[in-house]
Unconditional design. Structure first.
Length: 190
């Protein structure tokens, strides 16, 4: 069997499954027998990998391998240094402490396509963008982390898995990955 590896730019509102009564992967990816590597919730956007290679899927989703995933996160208000330090050092969510993360307050909003529907705008409440890199993937982790430090997530876009970046894929677009790109993801199966 030929292994297939796909990079997909998941739009907002799409479920990371191939069935259901809402927009799903089946509406975008006509390739049979591939499954998502990890997940992005319906309210999140960005880079999603799909494959039919179980070993690859395991290496990228098992927390013991510490594969980095990078997100651009729009939050309500502008976090102070104390909040950024807490995110970087780990916060407690659902009774467990998160692993340390890399965090950076972005000077400018990243160049992303407009989201449909747009993020709610409140005239008197500023927003900020963070770049957050995690090495674990708990359910709704980024949203829970930013909420735990008092800065709720408004928009969440995964922009990289390992060294593989979202660049070049518009929302809803996908492409097959080449062998050298899989090395960049951070797994050496070849």
């Amino acid at each position: 069997m030929r292994h297939i590896y796909i990079a997909f730019n998941k739009p907002y509102g799409v479920l990371t499954q191939f069935s259901g009564d809402r927009a799903s992967l089946a509406d975008y990816i006509p390739v049979k027998g591939v499954y998502p590597v990890g997940r992005l919730d319906r309210d999140s956007e960005g880079l999603l990998l799909l494959t039919n290679d179980g070993d690859f899927q395991h290496r990228l989703t098992d927390p013991k391998f510490h594969h980095p995933r990078t997100y651009w996160v729009q939050v309500e208000r502008v976090p102070d240094q104390r909040a950024l330090d807490r995110l970087e050092n780990g916060v407690t969510i659902e009774g467990q402490r998160t692993r340390p993360a890399k965090i950076r307050l972005l000077k400018d909003a990243p160049a992303l396509p407009a989201r449909n529907p747009p993020v709610r705008f409140r005239k008197n409440v500023p927003t900020a963008w963070l770049e957050l890199t995690l090495t674990e993937g708990r359910n709704r982790q980024v949203r829970r982390m930013t909420a735990a430090v008092g800065f709720p997530t408004l928009r969440l876009v995964r922009v990289a898995i390992g060294g593989l970046h979202l660049a070049g894929l518009a929302p809803g677009e996908w492409r097959e990955l080449a062998g050298d790109e899989l090395q960049v993801v951070g797994t050496s199966l070849f």
